[in-house]
Design a protein around this ligand. Structure first.
Ligand SMILES: *Cc1c(COP(=O)(O)O)cnc(C)c1O
Length: 430
């Protein structure tokens, strides 16, 4: 089939990017477990290496199984191209890499996945990059944080650990007037619940490890480009607008137009940074995407029911799920993610840190793991695990206070999950 807007999401999540294998007719996308691809002749090889012809050379750069997943995720997000990577964190570096240089900075939300806070506040400094953390509900503060050296704005659509939704349209308008791209991590929402490009995002990044794969089997990431940003409007983005010495002075934006960022991601990013997704991982994630909408509907339905049940329970202090009417972000659900506020949220247990630890130990169906977006229900006490590296102030800013646990609600029977929480909360209270 030809992919395009005439098909609905449920059709595209199964078919986008895939076609019957030209060699065998195989209906399912084969796992092309090959490192290299035979050139037709020496001219063909030269054309591929000069980026004059698109094709397969070596699987650090491109692989036919991975290519199907790239096209599928890009289509679901409404972008023009995608680059898959070895993990979500790899995708974040790959998204920033063409934009940044020593001395430049990115303005980022305080409400981020704990690992991203560490990556941005510590590790990127080794590249000479800086991140400025701002409360993204304070639009004046976001504007004020942007200076001449800012090259991107970064936030999450539904922010980990849940309960917070970014006003993407407002942030995109700020990025627009500053002539810098907005990068949105759409991992926890998935393109089924939220389509950041429709709200003005330039780039969308994913940890495909989570809902896109959907069963906790493989790590992966993806960067999707909207194709809408004018990299040549000024001299801020020389990697994309200027001559590239490694390709005889070729200019990516001039040569590839809306696909400049995608081609740069493969021809420079994967070639030289090597954060490549392997074809086995792409296969698992392709399987996952086929049922994405069905699973997300169920995640949302279960999360809403369980959040309401917890909110009405005396043993619980409060629940932060944007799908609850009590949430300050309830109105943003209709605007940003109309199909629901996702499957992640936090709740505060009466009795604080110690009660949280007891609760986590007493649960039987919920698994205590540092992951999210699995078909099975997961719980984590962020303050003692994923957000452990952060100060208490950073933990609170990230929605991971010591008295709070985060749940990733799975697609099991909601009654069973409620019964499990019920018995564990009783044990936590003692
Ligand atoms: C898991 C996660 C990441 C990091 O992805 P990995 O695949 O673990 O590298 C980034 N952002 C969010 C929102 C995540 O949930």
């Amino acid at each position: 089939m030809t992919d395009g807007p005439k098909y609905g999401f449920d059709t595209l999540q199964i078919h986008a990017g895939a076609r019957p294998d030209p060699a065998t007719g195989s209906r399912q996308t084969p796992i092309y477990q090959s490192t290299a691809y035979v050139f037709r002749d020496a001219e063909h090889a030269a054309a591929l290496f000069n980026l004059q012809e698109v094709g397969y050379i070596y699987s650090r750069l491109t692989n036919p199984t991975v290519a199907v997943l790239q096209e599928r995720i890009a289509t679901l997000e409404g972008g023009v191209g995608g680059v898959c990577c070895s993990s979500g964190h790899a995708a974040q570096i790959m998204a920033l890499f063409p934009l940044m240089a020593p001395g430049l900075n990115v303005v980022v939300s305080t409400r981020l996945y704990g690992g991203t806070v560490t990556q941005f506040s510590q590790t990127i400094k080794r590249f000479g990059w800086e991140a400025t953390f701002v409360d993204f509900d304070d639009l004046d503060a976001v504007k004020a944080a942007i200076d001449d050296n800012t090259r991107a704005i970064f936030c999450e659509s539904i922010a980990n650990p849940g309960g917070y939704i970014t006003d993407l349209d407002a942030i995109a308008a700020i990025a627009d007037s500053a002539e810098i791209p907005l990068i949105v991590d759409n991992t926890t929402a998935t393109p089924y619940l939220c389509r950041p490009i429709e709200h003005g995002a330039t780039l969308v990044v994913h940890s495909t490890t989570k809902y896109l794969t959907g069963n906790g089997t493989v790590t992966g990431g993806c960067v999707v480009d909207s194709g809408t940003f004018d990299w040549s409007a000024n001299d801020k983005f020389p990697s994309l607008s200027g001559p590239e010495p490694a390709y005889h002075g070729m200019k990516f934006h001039e040569t590839f137009g809306p696909l400049a960022f995608t081609f740069h991601g493969i021809a420079i990013g994967l070639r030289d940074l090597g954060m490549t997704m392997n074809p086995q991982a792409a296969h698992y994630t392709l399987m996952g995407t086929e049922t994405l909408s069905l699973r997300m509907d169920r995640h949302v339905e279960n999360a809403t029911r369980i959040a309401k049940w917890l909110e009405a329970d005396d043993r619980v202090e409060y629940v932060t799920y944007a799908g609850l009417e009590s949430s300050p972000y309830f109105d943003r659900v209709a605007k940003i993610c109309p199909r629901g506020a996702g499957g992640l949220f936090t709740f505060a247990v009466k009795g604080g840190y110690d009660a949280c630890v007891k609760l986590v130990n007493a649960l039987e169906i919920f698994s205590h793991v540092a992951n999210l977006g699995d078909a099975r229900s997961l719980i984590i006490h962020s303050a003692s695990t994923t957000h452990r590296q952060l100060t208490v102030e950073q933990q609170r800013a990230a929605g991971a206070a010591p008295e709070v646990v985060r749940v990733s609600i799975g697609i099991e029977d909601a009654e069973d999950l409620i019964a499990d929480l019920d018995q564990a909360l009783s044990k936590a209270a003692n």
